[in-house]
Design a protein around this ligand. Structure first.
Ligand code: HEM
Length: 477
């Protein structure tokens, strides 16, 4: 696909990320015409968008899709402008696109402004490294028991979908953190399924954000039903969180004087932000390992060396936090996986005022799309971006990248700015613990019937695999 600059009213801009040294009057973004976009986007949207970004060296581009004409912003310094510099006054997380989501997660941590800041201040200490260390000894055995149950449920060699099994483990892990163990396994799974249904049935509304709520769209009824299910389970737990002596994030929020509604909103937002993203990330792992036997061998070797695979050793031992911290290669595999298969692949914002980004005029009301997935494919930040290479995340490589990109960051897997992911450290701890507990005794293999096409990413609200990822577990001895 080539660039059609005719929709731009002015001459094309230099594609360097360097800013002009003297002020120039803002220009219109180069655009790509509808007829050139529609075919490639329909055929393979990620490939089409990646090609645009590479051809334009990441310069701001307007996608002319009829009524929907978003600006694509991918260079680290331009992303910083939207998510940090003008984040609060010009690109707050509000407007039509967020209205739909806020019907599920509320407008506290899922909102903007003072209410968001207050919610974030209340939640942050629960996700700080020091606090996670404190809760680890009580929490980790819950996770290893959930992994043991998975292994018991699945016979060696049985084919199953990793997403749902990972989700079951993750729900037990996060619900213990949220409610201090006061939610049953059945209720945890019910909430998980309802959240998944809500986040998938909302997609039609996100695609036509200007559609008034009064006009029904496909998915609306399923969405409302899922929200009712979530509330039916969560509301009594929120009330119970006020009883003295209870543990978990819900009780901590109650002690900090948050209202029932606020506590409900925070917990649902955490469930939406934390559970599905983690399950999708873990679903990509067998896909990546099947294609990269050398990475797989190093990962198992590290787990054997640091955690131990001796089946005669204590069967029920939970890996210690110190052991997890030594899984540096496994952690790099997870980070590279999130670079290439960026679960949070898109971060939309709507300009609330006229603005100029890198000399390009952005009118108030325009949709600005940040795509971590596309930023992760900029060759100037990630040479040979389609190659899977965990060693991009060695401390030396990270230091060199930081030096190269003083303005903005090229690694956006967990967002950036005042909405950056609260749960990143929790995700790392949780994912490493699940992998260490599972892989020390079992080999996880992708099951791809012969003749199947390779599994590829499919963009939706999250970047899912394009079909259910099927796997098997075999004892390693
Ligand atoms: C693979 C795992 C995860 C990925 C890729 C991920 C990614 C992200 C991204 C990209 C954002 C920024 C969204 C924006 O700017 O609009 C975000 C925000 C957030 N994430 Fe995560 N996340 C993950 C896991 C988690 C977990 C485990 C939790 C908590 C249990 C969590 C809680 C949150 C919260 C609360 C926010 C909103 C923060 C705010 O608006 O102030 N995330 N996440």
């Amino acid at each position: 696909m080539s660039i059609d600059a005719r929709s731009s009213s002015e001459s094309p801009q230099a594609t360097s990320s360097r800013r002009p040294s003297r002020p120039e009057s803002p220009r219109a973004a180069e655009g790509i015409a509808f007829r050139r976009l529609v075919g490639p986007l329909r055929k393979d949207p990620l490939q089409a968008l990646s090609q645009i970004v590479q051809e334009r060296d990441g310069a701001i581009t307007r996608l002319n899709l009829g009524l929907f004409r978003p600006y694509l912003v991918t260079r680290p310094d331009d992303v910083k402008h939207v998510l940090v510099t003008r984040a609060r006054d010009c690109y707050p997380r509000q407007g039509m696109m967020w209205d739909a989501m806020q019907r599920l997660v509320g407008d506290n941590i899922g909102g903007e402004g003072d209410k968001h800041a207050e919610a974030r201040r209340a939640l942050q200490p629960q996700f700080a490294a020091g606090h996670l260390r404190e809760v680890y000894p009580g929490w980790a055995p819950v996770v290893t028991r959930a992994v043991d149950d998975l292994v018991q449920r699945r016979a060696p060699g049985e084919v199953f979908e990793i997403y749902w099994e990972a989700t079951r483990v993750i729900h037990r892990a996060v619900n213990d953190l949220f409610f201090g163990g006061r939610i049953s396994v059945e209720d945890a799974e019910l909430v998980g399924r309802a959240v998944r249904t809500a986040t998938t049935s909302i997609v039609p509304r996100l695609l036509v954000p200007w559609m008034p709520n009064l006009i029904p769209l496909p998915g609306d009824r399923r969405f409302r039903k899922s929200v009712r299910t979530v509330d039916r389970v969560i509301e009594p737990l929120v009330k119970a969180a006020r009883e003295p002596g209870n543990a978990g994030i819900a009780s901590m929020l109650a002690r900090r004087g948050r209202t029932d509604r606020q506590i409900r909103d925070e917990l649902v937002a955490l469930a939406v932000a934390g559970s599905e993203s983690t399950a999708v990330a873990l679903s990509w792992l067998p896909v990546v390992l099947a294609d990269h036997p050398e990475v797989e061998a190093r990962l198992y070797a590290e787990i054997d060396a640091e955690i131990g695979s001796d089946p005669g050793a204590d069967e029920n031992a939970t890996p210690t936090l110190e052991q997890l911290e030594r899984l540096t290669y496994t952690k790099r595999v997870l980070r590279e996986l999130l670079r290439m298969y960026t679960v949070g692949w898109i971060i939309p914002r709507v300009a609330q005022q006229d603005d100029v980004i890198d000399g390009v005029r952005i009118a108030s009301g325009s949709i600005v799309v940040i795509s971590p997935y596309l930023t992760h494919r900029l060759p100037q930040a990630w040479p040979d971006p389609d190659r899977f290479d965990p060693d991009r995340f060695t401390p030396e490589a990270e230091k060199a990248r930081q030096k190269q990109f003083r303005d903005g960051v090229p690694d956006l897997a967990f967002g950036y700015g005042h909405h950056a992911c609260l749960g990143q450290q929790f995700f790392e701890m949780e994912a490493l613990l699940i992998l260490a507990s599972l892989l020390r005794r079992h080999r996880l293999s992708l099951h791809l019937p012969s003749g199947s096409s390779p599994i590829r990413p499919k963009p939706g609200l999250a970047l899912n695999p394009d079909r259910d990822v099927q796997v098997t577990l075999e004892p390693r001895v």
